[in-house]
Design a protein. Structure first.
Length: 669
């Protein structure tokens, strides 16, 4: 492959980069912090920096690019090769974990491991914890967290730098009384790994940092990688930040990130790392990329106003674009979640008719359960979607459990739903389920079929009582939940997180006065929706995106709907006790707003149920970050949706026809 001479490359730099990008891309020695606003072309800047270093005669193998995903590193190297040719293939690039693994294969003896150590993936790590947990359980007479829950708690403690006890208190308070036992399992897990020459993903970073504490190791690695670049620096945790400081003693470190997009504190990331970069690396030059290539100026005006009110120290920037025109964001007030869902559905179909692909539209949510009502509406309307950050509402195990109760009431012959409901009972296995289903009529008649001495008997009697009832769907749901919720707390370690879905199911069910109609709506999810239907024959691959804001970072769409923007949802109720968390919620809104390229719609429904905060709590105030300084009035067009009454058609069902009918087969395939 041929590459461009230095003079041609320099001319191309001038043509393709704006002045601030040029300054960052042509930087040679010394530390530099690049504050890259949303949509400001940071990837292009990093790619051209790699090209510039190589053309300046820097050995490509002395350049190290650290990213948070393999895809990012691969894309950058691919783009660099189009500029400088095959020499870019010698650049070392990858995730923190992959680079740590590569270097530990050389320096593992420094930390007491053999270079041939084995890496445990998450499933393998959980299995090892499961073995230890099994041995430990024999000493206890209590319900204990599952192996995957214990693994998650250990990993979170490592990455946040918090004590295991504090993580348990925050994430799984129902297991706080067992904290000392969980700690002993964590200790034994660590000892087993070392004895067996095993490392999990967290260990790769922990032991790499430990290896770098050896001056001889740090000197060699620092000498090898004389030029370091780190993407998304605001997402680094304390371990990663330490690694960068130890490897970058030479000072030729370029960190690229945006303090306004620091939103992953739950993973251990801290905004303080990017704010303190100039302190960690003296004589740092700071360059700000503030020209936006994604959004229209009206969208950026709102974005700038929201982040400009932050009370935390940050690097000031005002995003601007050279694009002309653009529609103002639209702020929509809806009477309730139902009205919000109907409006979003209608607008999606309208944009689709105007030629906007579903692939170019997204609905963003603060938490996974915030789209539950919308998902029902989309399914009923034949609009295919993919969801990122949480499961689809109807695919979550706990919602499928509850719906199974309803299905059995509607159709007592539904063996699949019977199996799911019976499987929730203590002491009921596959053989017992088969036995119960085969003898349901006898059980209803009062016979015990030999189960009265089994530990499942009392629970089975209660279940049969619940399933014999016929009533309005809302009342049925209340009785079902009275039976199910105690079982859910036993079945799922994270049952407190699942309550949000259960709460949001209540107003959905309350809209129906017919159980068959409710179940039809819940089940209406045709497998081939993308082949046409209401969409008018679009591409088979078209899918609307529903995404949590955390999962949407780094992505963009022509049309963005930001739904459920009520105070208590964003900022979340859990964040209200901490100024730091409140400010991270503001940054989360900033990230959401900057995903939109052309059209941005912000919806605020009246939330009577209060979602996961319990019935009777009304969340009616708009997101506080939008009401400060009256930003809604200054930067958006406003719409208030009036509630429409539902119309019911009365159908007349004729009796049997007088004329004889031809016989019909009793099967359909």
């Amino acid at each position: 492959m041929t590459y461009q001479p230095a003079l041609e490359l320099a001319a191309q730099f001038k043509d393709e980069l704006n002045p601030n990008q040029w300054r960052a891309a042509t930087h040679l020695d010394g530390p530099m912090l690049v504050i890259a606003g949303a949509g400001s072309g940071k990837t292009k800047t990093l790619v051209y920096r790699v090209a510039h270093l190589i053309h300046q005669g820097i050995d490509p193998s002395s350049i190290l690019l650290l990213t948070f995903t393999k895809k990012s590193a691969y894309d950058m190297m691919r783009r660099a090769s189009s500029i400088v040719g095959d020499r870019s293939q010698q650049v070392a690039g990858g995730t923190f974990h992959s680079v740590a693994n590569m270097l530990l294969r050389v320096f593992a003896p420094t930390v007491g491991f053999d270079p041939g150590f084995t890496i445990l993936d998450r499933s393998d790590a959980d299995d090892l914890i499961g073995v230890i947990r099994g041995n430990w359980l024999s000493r206890l007479d209590v319900r204990f967290p599952k192996k995957s829950t214990i693994g998650s708690l250990i990993s979170r403690a490592v990455n946040t730098g918090k004590s295991l006890e504090s993580v348990i208190a925050e994430d799984s308070p129902n297991f706080l009384e067992m904290a000392s036992d969980i700690r002993q399992i964590a200790i034994e897990y660590t000892e087993r790994k070392r004895t067996s020459q095993l490392m999990d993903y967290d260990d790769l970073l922990l032991f790499f940092r430990e290896a770098l504490e050896n001056r001889l190791v740090a000197d060699q690695i620092s000498e090898q990688y004389r030029y370091m670049m780190i993407d998304e620096y605001q997402d680094t945790n304390a371990i990663q930040c330490d690694i960068i400081r130890m490897m970058g003693r030479h000072g030729n470190v370029m960190a690229v990130g945006d303090d306004a997009q620091s939103i992953y504190s739950f993973r251990g990331a801290s905004i303080q790392h990017i704010l303190d970069f100039p302190t960690h690396f003296p004589n740092t030059q700071v360059v700000t990329l503030d020209q936006n290539y994604r959004s229209t100026q009206p969208i950026l005006d709102l974005t700038n106003a929201v982040i400009g009110q932050s009370t935390h120290s940050h690097y000031t920037k005002v995003l601007f674009t050279n694009q002309d025109g653009g529609a103002r964001p639209v702020y929509i007030e809806a009477m309730d979640e139902r009205a919000q869902s109907q409006y979003v559905k209608t607008q999606i179909l309208a944009f689709r008719e105007e030629g906007v692909s579903l692939n170019d539209m997204a609905v963003l949510i603060r938490s996974g359960y915030h789209s539950n009502d919308l998902e029902i509406e989309l399914n009923a309307s034949g609009i295919p979607f993919q969801k990122f950050g949480g499961f689809k509402f109807l695919e979550t195990a706990h919602i499928k459990d509850v719906v199974a109760y309803l299905k059995v009431i509607q159709n007592p012959s539904d063996e699949i739903s019977w199996s799911r409901v019976l499987g929730l009972l203590d002491g009921v296995g596959a053989k017992t389920i088969s036995r119960i289903i085969s003898n349901l009529d006898r059980l209803r008649a009062g016979e015990t079929i030999g189960l009265h001495k089994k530990r499942c008997w009392d629970g089975l009697k209660q279940l049969l009582g619940v399933l014999e009832n016929r009533d309005l769907p809302a009342k049925l749901l209340d009785r079902i939940l009275a039976h199910y919720l105690p079982l859910m707390t036993i079945r799922y370690d994270d049952h407190h997180r699942r309550m949000g879905d259960i709460e949001s199911l209540k107003p959905i069910v309350a809209r129906f006065d017919s159980l068959p109609l409710l179940l039809s709506d819940l089940s209406l999810d045709p497998p081939e929706l993308s082949q046409g239907g209401v969409l008018g024959g679009g591409s088979d691959d078209e899918r609307l995106t529903i995404s949590t804001i955390h999962s949407a970072k780094g992505l963009e769409w022509q049309v963005v709907f930001l739904i459920s923007m009520v105070d208590g949802y964003l900022p979340s109720m859990q964040s209200l006790g901490s100024d730091d968390q409140i400010e991270e919620e503001r940054r989360l809104l900033y990230v959401a707003l900057t995903r939109a390229k052309r059209y941005l719609m912000i919806l605020k429904p009246h939330m009577e149920s209060g979602g996961r905060f319990g019935s009777g709590v009304a969340l009616t105030e708009p997101c506080r970050f939008l009401t400060q300084s009256n930003l809604i009035a200054h930067y958006t067009n406003q719409i208030v949706l009036k509630k429409e009454s539902r119309r019911h058609r009365q159908w007349v069902v004729p009796g049997s026809l007088d004329s004889p009918q031809p016989s019909r087969k009793k099967y359909y395939f």
